[in-house]
Ligand binder design. Sequence first.
Ligand code: NAD
Ligand code: ZN
Length: 343
Amino acid sequence: MKALQYREFGARPEVVTVDKPVPGPGEVLLKMTASGACHSDEFIMSTPADQYVFAPLPLTLGHEGAGVVEELGPGTTGIEVGQAVLVYGPWGCGMCHSCAQGSENNCVHGISAPGIHRPGTMAEYMIVDSPRHLVPLGDLDPVASVSLTDAGLTPYHAIKPSLSRLSPGTTALVIGVGGLGHVGVQLLRALTQATVIAVDLDRSRVDQALELGAHHSFISDSDAGERIREFTGGRGVDAVFDFVGAQSTADLAQSSVAVAGEIALIGVGTGTVGAGYLTLPFDVSVRVVNWGSRSELMEVIELARRGAISVTVSEFSMDDAPSAYEQLHAGKVRGRAVVVPTR
Ligand code: NAD
Ligand code: ZN
C-alpha cells in the first residue's frame, strides 16, 4: 500500500510503498478515506535529530484519520466491518483516572498517537489499537469531517472551560486563524455571546476570520495589542486562545488579557507566559492544552452535524501528499489540507 513517510531527518516526506498491515488481537484495520495535515507534523519534521522524541524513522505521518472498518483482529468486538469512522487520536492506556473520564489526551502514562508515536493516518490502510479509539461518522462526509478529530477537537477542548466566562459583553481573542484557529473562531461564535477578535500575520486568514463570523480581525503587527485594548475599551480580553505558540504570540496573550481572564496556550512552540504578581493582571488563569477527550470529539461531531461549524478543506491525492505539506510549510493552506487516498 502507499504511505506518506518522514524518512530522514531534515528531509521532506515521501510517498512510498509499504506492506499492508495485519490487525492483531483486539485491533482494527481501517481502509482510509481521508487524512488531515496538521502543523504539528511540521513540528515533528523540524525537530533536530538530537531532540527528536517521536517514533523512530521512517514514520508514517498523520494523526487526523477517517476510514471504513476493513477487518477486525482476533477477538475484536464492538465495531462492524464496513462501518465509517473517525479516529480519536490521543491513545491513552484506557485504565488511569484521566482515561476513565474519556480524557485519554491527559493519560498519566502519556499518549501513543498515530503519526507521532506509531504509524499514522497518511496511508491507504492503518491499524487502530482498539475500537475505543473510533467514533462513528454516520452519514457525514469523511473529507469534510476528518479534521474535526484535531483541528476541531483541540480548539473545542481549549474553549469549553471558558464558556461560562464568555457571557454577553465579554471578548475572546483568537491568535492564528489556520487549521485550528479557523474552527476556533466558529466555535466561539456558535457557543458564546462574546465579541470575537481574530489576528493573524496573513491577510487572507484575516479575511477568512471575518467570513467565519469574527467581529473584528486584523494583521497581528506591533500595533495589534493596542488595537485589542481599544476594541475592549481598555479592559483587555476575557479569554485568549493562542493557536501559534511563539514568544511573540504568548507576549500578545499576556499583554491583552483582562483581570480575571484566561489564557489557553495551544500552539506547539517555545512561547511562554510568565505568571507572577507583577506579570499578569489579578485572577488570570493560564492553561496548556493538548488535544481533547473522547466525549468532546463526539460533541464536536454533533456541532458539525448541526452545521454550527465546518472545516475549510483543500484536497490532495495520496501521490500529491508531499505538496500538501509543502503548502502547509509555506503557509499557503487556507483551513486544512486533507489527503484523500482514493482520489
Ligand atoms: P496552521 O499552519 O494551519 O495555522 C497557523 C496559523 O497561524 C496560520 O494562519 C499563520 O499565518 C498564523 N500565524 C503564524 N505565526 C503567527 C503569529 N506570530 N501571529 C499571528 N498568527 C500567526 O497550523 P495548525 O495546524 O492550525 O496548528 C496551529 C498550532 O497548533 C501549531 O503550533 C500546531 O503544532 C499546534 N497544535 C496543537 C495541538 C494541541 O493539542 N495543543 C493540536 C494540533 C495542533
Ligand atoms: Zn494536530
